[in-house]
Design a protein around this ligand. Structure first.
Ligand code: ZN
Ligand code: ZN
Length: 129
């Protein structure tokens, strides 16, 4: 891998860490502010590469674009239905697939679960003052 690729990949990984569960568009917008010559395709490609190599997590949510996560250990998320922000939970269902008695030969690879609600900031804004 050449030096330029390494630098680009590090930029993308750092942006994911700083932005806290961003989607690809948000990562691109952040990086392009300081690196105006980077292309959207480059950012998207690096996000996919990092996710494939399990250096970042890729989260599909029920609504909106996939999100990226600097935490790669399996964990679940709270999703605010108002602002869309994702929050990590410490909920730990140990091997939830073992709760299923019969999958009719279906091989489970992962559980994609999110808790949906309203975050503290949005709740504050909605509350009458
Ligand atoms: Zn919110
Ligand atoms: Zn997370």
């Amino acid at each position: 891998m050449n030096r330029r690729n390494t630098i680009q990949r590090r930029l993308v990984a750092d942006a994911v860490r700083v932005l806290d569960h961003p989607d690809a568009e948000t990562v691109y917008e952040k990086i392009v502010q300081e690196h105006p010559h980077i292309s959207k395709a480059t950012v998207y490609r690096n996000l996919n590469l990092l996710a494939e190599q399990n250096e970042i997590g890729k989260i599909s949510t029920a609504e909106g674009a996939d999100r990226y996560d600097c935490r790669t250990r399996p964990h679940y998320h709270l999703r605010c239905r108002v602002c869309g922000k994702l929050f990590d939970t410490d909920a730990n269902f140990d091997r939830p697939e073992t709760l299923l008695k019969d999958t009719n030969g279906f091989t489970i690879e992962k559980l994609n679960a999110e808790f949906i609600g309203i975050c503290a900031d949005c709740k504050e804004k909605e509350a009458p003052h």
